[in-house]
Design a protein around this ligand. Structure first.
Ligand code: ACO
Length: 342
């Protein structure tokens, strides 16, 4: 922009300002795992299954199961506090909380407002339901809130207590899931618009309700006859997961003009080792670049990606400045990706 110059003064050349865009910067990562760890052998004492069957079919060795006081809100709050501590940010600075969960403590108020109160945050807070894709959906919404200027400091949380919606008589599902929570703090920052920027570079989300009966909970509030247990067509979910998640990885790379070689880490939804490996084979991914925690956490639905992220960040594998691609598929069907440079 040309500025008015006082008469007689030499005009300095007009320098174009470097273009800047708003970016949602990932400032902190945190997680919470329940106190009780249940191995496959522990589970085989009360379910007709075996360590061998579970490991061979899924890669799962153990899972964490919440005790009575480890509610969705409690675990979410602990994960949020850990993310805030990692970022060095006080709860009062948070102006939005998005909590992805399929297992809230109550129909309402949203579990997110319990977290808001516990950490002393202001602004607004709400829950988001997209099953195992919940964290990716919440990242997408949080990014949009920051880019639109509606929020500047957003907690994105995935917190799940799937042990409470398990039919413990159904060995085909109850061995697959675990409880836990993970959180990230996103803060408004600036970038150049290039893929070298720090922060969220892209998100892509999809759903197709035609597959609503492939993976669902057979109950609801106001249905005392149906307490609500998870029901799944495992083979069909497996098939859709491999196809749709491979496509979503390619979609994210294409949208950013990148190839898989540019990605430092793939952090997939941790449903099943065989799904992760099948996607790896299909896309010819380097196994060393894929974070796998399903052996330790089992499938924690919306919490699985932030838990995996927190694990690999905590043990020093994922470092600041690296490019991380996250992807998930879940009930709905829902699926999507988030590409973030830490
Ligand atoms: N322990 C021992 N035996 C079992 C168990 C168990 N826990 N569960 C099932 N079986 C038996 C079955 O009864 C069956 O026995 P039969 O041949 O005598 O009838 C046999 O094992 C094979 O059962 P299938 O259901 O055909 O087993 P499959 O090989 O399909 O594996 C599995 C099941 C692991 C669920 C697989 O379909 C799968 O991984 N699907 C993906 C589902 C998934 O990961 N969902 C997570 C939610 S969605 C998401 O997060 C992406």
């Amino acid at each position: 922009m040309n500025q008015m110059q006082p008469a007689g003064q030499t005009l300095s050349p007009v320098r174009p300002r470097a273009e800047t865009v708003v970016r949602a910067i990932l400032a902190g990562i945190g997680s919470y795992l329940p106190r009780t760890c249940v191995s496959n052998d522990d589970l085989a004492k009360r379910v007709d299954t075996s360590d061998e069957w579970i490991r061979e079919r899924t890669g799962i060795r153990q899972r964490y199961i919440a005790e009575a006081d480890e509610t969705c809100a409690m675990m979410a709050t602990e994960a949020a506090r850990a993310a805030l501590a990692d970022a060095g940010v006080a709860g009062a600075e948070v102006d939005a909380i998005l909590l992805a969960t399929a297992t809230p403590d109550q129909a309402f108020p949203a579990t997110a407002v319990r977290v808001q109160h516990a950490i002393g945050a202001k602004g607004f807070a709400f829950d988001l339901s997209a099953a195992c894709s919940g964290f990716i959906y919440a990242m997408s919404m949080a990014n949009a809130l920051i880019l639109s200027g509606q929020a500047r400091c957003v907690l994105v949380i995935g917190s799940e207590v799937y042990s409470r919606i398990m039919n413990w008589q159904d060995r085909g599902t109850c061995v697959l899931f675990g409880d836990g929570a993970g959180a990230v703090l996103l803060q408004a920052g600036a970038g150049s618009g290039a893929a070298t920027d720090q922060g969220v570079l892209s998100t892509h989300i999809h759903s197709d309700g035609a597959f609503g009966d492939m993976l669902y909970v057979d109950g609801a509030v106001g249905r005392p006859d149906k307490p609500g247990y998870l029901v799944m067509n495992g083979k069909e979910v497996f098939r859709h997961a491999v196809t749709k998640l491979s496509d979503t990885v390619l979609e994210a790379l294409a949208a950013n003009g990148l190839t898989y070689a540019d990605i430092d880490w793939l952090v997939p939804h941790q449903a099943n080792r065989r799904i992760i490996d099948a996607i790896g084979r299909k896309l010819e991914l380097t196994a060393e670049k894929v974070v796998v925690t399903v052996d330790k956490h089992a499938n924690t639905s919306a919490a699985s990606i932030p838990l995996a992220l927190a694990t690999a960040y905590g043990d020093g594998r994922i470092k600041r400045g690296q490019l991380v691609l996250m992807e998930a598929l879940g009930g709905g069907l829902t699926w999507g990706s988030a590409l973030v440079r830490l």
